[in-house]
Write a new protein. Structure first.
Lengths: 453, 311
């Protein structure tokens, strides 16, 4: 079955660090670990100021079905728990631990007993693993599926964002964990097929995984063209299975589960060793960095400490991006901590940080020609400026995954992703108002019926 | 203040292309045709082109100055309009008439509708139509090109209108240059070179030119055979229109299918005017007419979002 490729863009790869084996940095003096590093309810702190903690010790427990526990990444003393401002605008408590430099392991660490699906899901939940590709969705929730419903598990090794090479390093350095993870999925999630999707700019990863997975019958390693956003969930599913995830549905409704390579390796590591997620491979790169390289950083380490470990800044950074340059979030403060789903710290100098000036839309249609989901960004912007949620609904702005292809190719440098975010908010508000109006109408009708009857 | 970090919404990298760089490519693509015009019509064509460009830039600057709008002459769109308008004029036209055309193109058609990105009609095509009606005499007085006998001549389209190509004109002349016409009509070859440059630079896509020229060719083939059809597409301004005017971003559909429909419509209307209308040429009228339909074409050909569910 030949699948027509979705549109996308050719981004510069800039995988400068793909050959850099991650180096473990020493424990920083202090870590700041937010209890909300995932989608869903924030975890609830279980330690208080003054407590002694060790690496891998639980410091905040999951507080709902869609939630994830948080573990200490250094050994030392809890200094305080204070609210910090997250870059999405909200606040959440963060546990601040002063490190004693010992990195002593928590005595309670032991491989969990996994013999059936429930124990497997419990283990995934306890591992503290969330979508490490960037989304931060608690993985245990995603894997909790009815038997027989999963046709494909798509393992995402596309790593389509420029610069980032942490998934590449996971595939090369943690191949055993990855293979173990696939075996676990086969045992407990029971997909018909496991598809590993890797962009063809990483031939070493493709050949290594092919070799290591040859003993598992239902595994297929797929070459994917290096077209951004190949690693987007919907795009990956379409490229590998030809299935389309409809509006308002989840991948599981199309019989698919997508799981990132690093996520899967972290789960397997926990089940093998009992070591929960406390550290991350982080690519440190960008024009303001002296020595681009991959670092193994304790979660909660300040950006400044990670960059200093690599050799510091070559130039004054004017913009620091967590994640890739296409979808990453620009952070306002160099003291921000590395989160569970941080895979890259991109430090840009003044020249790269400044965005070019915006000019009038010339309706060239490049955004339309490059949108992988076949949306019409130019029309969406017009509808947004008209403040017309009806038109936005028709244009399906809610499907937008904010991959940034439209804004990347725009010669007029329109802030299209920003407009799409605002458009979605406008549409959500409109939908909520519509629902409320409908509900009020129904209630009124019921009241009238009662009065008449 | 200096060590503050910049926070902005992703993406954090962009392509190098800007409106200005695209327009610069269009100007470069027009150079071969300009050289052809200078060879065949002499330096008057270079003067005409310079005057048109200068006046378009001046009118844009002056209008924005008067209206206290930001100055946008740096995006080079006014220069492109001036050059394309000059290509639509006979080399002998009075300069004041050309300047009047520029005023119509920039002030009336472009700026009064909101400036770049908001005009619904192609400025150069509209200005040409206005001039054709206002100055019918000088807009249809064609001098014979250099190296060809005679002082004044008609364009091959007039003889085509009478049924067949003037036997004194060879197909090669039509293609390379050497028959009467506007500056940009003189050499289909030169326009084609520029068009290919734009395709290679990905400034335009193949959809509109192929649909436009293809439709005109097929319709002419059905009417008068192969030689007639070839002469139809090589004579007049079909190439200029298909590569440089029907591909104007602002006034044409932004979807692929929309561009094809736009091109087919242009080809159809051009042929209808050429075969049955009063004018020997219909490219500008065709483009103008299709410009009006553009919002509807864009709507009809709107892309279908992946995974979208009909409400």
């Amino acid at each position: 079955m030949a699948i027509r490729l979705l549109q996308g863009i050719h981004v510069p790869h800039r995988k400068n660090t793909s050959k850099c084996v991650p180096v473990r940095m020493p424990a920083p003096e202090k870590v700041m670990i937010p209890v909300s590093m995932h989608i869903g309810a924030p975890a609830k702190p279980v330690v208080k100021a003054g407590d002694e903690v060790k690496v891998g010790q639980l410091i905040a427990e999951a507080s709902g079905f869609v939630s994830s526990p948080v573990y200490a990444s250094v050994s030392g003393k809890v200094k305080k728990i204070e609210d910090i401002l997250l870059f999405h605008g909200g606040t959440c408590p963060a546990v601040i631990i002063e490190s004693d430099g010992e990195q002593a392991l928590y005595e309670g660490i032991a491989a969990p007993k996994v013999t059936d699906k429930n124990e497997f899901l419990e283990a995934v939940r306890n591992s503290g693993v969330v979508g490490l590709g960037g989304a931060g969705f608690p993985t245990a929730v995603k894997l909790n599926t009815e038997p027989g419903k999963v046709d494909f598990v798509c393992i995402n090794g596309a790593e389509c964002e420029p610069y980032i090479t942490t998934d590449t390093r996971t595939m090369l350095d943690d191949t055993e964990y990855l293979v173990k993870g696939i075996e676990l999925l086969n045992e407990y999630v029971m997909p018909k097929k496991v598809l590993i999707g890797i962009e063809n700019n990483k031939p070493e990863c493709i050949s290594k995984l092919k070799k290591h997975c040859s003993h598992i019958n239902n595994v297929e390693v797929r070459h994917l063209p290096s077209i951004y956003p190949q690693g987007g969930e919907k795009v990956l599913i379409y490229s590998m299975t030809g299935r389309i995830v409809s509006e308002g549905k989840l991948p599981i409704d199309a019989g698919c589960i997508v799981i990132n390579t690093t996520t899967l390796a972290a789960i397997a590591k926990y089940i093998e060793t009992g070591m929960p997620l406390t550290e991350k491979y982080v690519t440190v790169d960008g024009s303001a960095v002296k020595n681009p390289q991959n670092v193994i950083a304790p979660i909660g380490t300040a950006i400044k400490d990670v960059v200093e470990f690599t050799g510091g800044f070559a130039e004054v950074p004017k913009k620091i991006v967590m994640g890739g340059p296409m979808m990453g979030i620009a952070v306002p403060d160099i003291e921000y901590p590395v989160l569970k789903n941080t895979n890259s710290l991109l430090c840009l100098d003044a020249k790269e940080a400044l965005l070019p000036p915006t000019t009038a839309c010339i309706k060239c249609g490049r955004c339309v020609d490059h949108c992988p989901l076949k949306l019409m960004p130019t029309s969406i912007e017009t509808a947004y400026n008209k403040k017309s949620p009806e038109e936005l609904k028709e244009l399906k702005v809610n499907l937008c995954m904010e991959c940034g292809c439209c804004a990347f190719v725009c010669p007029a440098k329109r802030p299209l992703v920003q407009v799409h975010k605002l458009s979605k908010a406008m549409l959500n508000q409109y939908n909520a108002e519509q629902r409320a109006a409908e509900k009020a109408k129904e209630e009124k009708k019921q009241k009238e019926d009662k009065a008449n009857g | 203040m200096d060590d503050k970090l910049i926070v902005s919404v992703s993406p954090h990298i962009r392509v190098k292309d800007t409106t200005r760089s695209i327009m610069r490519d269009v100007l470069i693509a027009l150079v071969p045709a300009l050289i052809a015009a200078v060879i065949f019509f002499g330096f008057r064509s270079l003067l005409l082109c310079a005057v048109c460009m200068a006046s378009c830039i001046f009118f844009e600057w002056a209008f924005e100055k008067v209206c206290k709008k930001p100055n946008t002459i740096g995006d080079l769109t006014a220069a492109v309009t001036g050059m394309i308008l000059a290509f639509n004029l006979p080399s002998t036209i009075a300069l004041w008439q050309a300047i009047f055309g520029c005023l119509v193109a920039i002030v009336v058609v472009k700026q009064l509708f909101g400036g770049l990105g908001y005009n619904f009609a192609n400025p150069a095509a509209t200005a040409r139509v206005v001039m054709l009606i206002a100055f019918s005499g000088s807009m249809t007085t064609w001098t014979a090109p250099n190296f060809v006998d005679g002082v004044s001549t008609s364009t091959p389209l007039v003889s085509l209108k009478e049924g067949a190509l003037d036997p004194s004109i060879s197909m090669l002349q039509l293609f390379v240059g050497g028959v009467g016409g506007s500056l940009g009509e003189i050499s289909s070859l030169a326009i084609l070179i520029g068009g290919i440059y734009l395709l290679v630079r990905k400034v335009i896509t193949w959809h509109t030119p192929v649909a436009f020229i293809g439709t005109a060719f097929v319709l002419s083939l059905a009417k008068g055979g192969f030689d007639f059809a070839l002469a139809q597409i090589l004579a007049g301004s079909i190439f200029l229109g298909a590569f440089f005017m029907a591909t104007d971003y602002v006034t044409t559909p932004s979807t692929k299918w929309g561009r094809i429909i736009f091109g087919v419509g242009c080809g159809l209307i051009t042929c209808l005017i050429r075969f049955y209308g009063n004018y020997p040429e219909g490219v500008s009228f065709a483009i103008l007419f299709m410009n009006i339909l553009t919002p509807y074409i864009s709507k009809w050909t709107a892309t279908k979002p992946l995974g979208g569910v009909k409400a």
